[in-house]
Design a protein around this ligand. Sequence first.
Ligand SMILES: [Zn+2]
Length: 321
Amino acid sequence: MNTSAEKGNRSAGPVVRTVLGDLDPADLGVCDAHDHLFLRSPQMPGQELADPGAAAAELAAFRAAGGAAVVQWTPYGMGRGAAELPGLARESGVTIVAATGLHQAVHYLPEVLERVRADLAGVFVAELTEGIGTTGVPAGMIKVAGGFHGLDRHARYTMAAAAEAHHATGAAIGIHLELGTGALDVLDLLCGELGVAPDRVILGHLNRSPDLVVHRMAAEAGAYLAFDGPSRAHHATDWRLPDALAALADAGFGDRILLGGDTTTAAARSVNGGPGMPHLLRRHRQRLQLALGEDLVTQFLTANPARAFAAHWGRHPHTTG
Ligand SMILES: [Zn+2]
């Protein structure tokens, strides 16, 4: 991608930065707001998402189920498949947004973290504006991670870098909350200490901790809440989701809710017999529509992600050191 997006029409509204260039958020369509086409971690040997053919098949299945866009929350150094993403987007007709950012330290070999430690924010900004590695394929969001009911040094360091890159670019920050916990600690740090506007923060995995009070507090703070990964191994929380979403919607926070599939292993792909990305629209959408009504679920899948991921790219005066 060239840099016309940054230099271009500054009076225009915010846009979603996709792997094929910047997109009017009105054109995003039905969006899986948190998923993975490619993913690799030392924590998950033998379950890597690394096969472009399988990614293409999964995207086709998602498209056939009515899907239009996928946001891949795979950060730096975890096998994002950046070079493959534009071709997959073109071939499938599904819009793809890639991520920069950094996961918990446990997902990296020490030498990988050493490589980026000196200027992590600089790496994030470069990936959001110039592209990932040498691919020229831009990231469109920043993904970082908290810990179980707390934030360790690594989490605080990566969130500080994420905030700096956000201030420089406008990119939204998506958070892996460990088992859905620590949401308020993350907001205290990112918004309270680091000056990120709450509506630029997307809290992920909240379904894994169905604490309606915490959900309500995070929504009241102004953050987006991503309920992702239905049908995963921790399915005990799946059946609580309609009630959790209804509580938020009844309290007036229907415009804060995002939905995602969060396919993280090869075995979970629909093309390998798992629920995969289409499950979000084939089954999950249906049951949520019954519980909450069609309009609200459509809002979760279209208007909300369009607003959450769109940014005024490059408008920001801050620069990274
Ligand atoms: Zn994920």
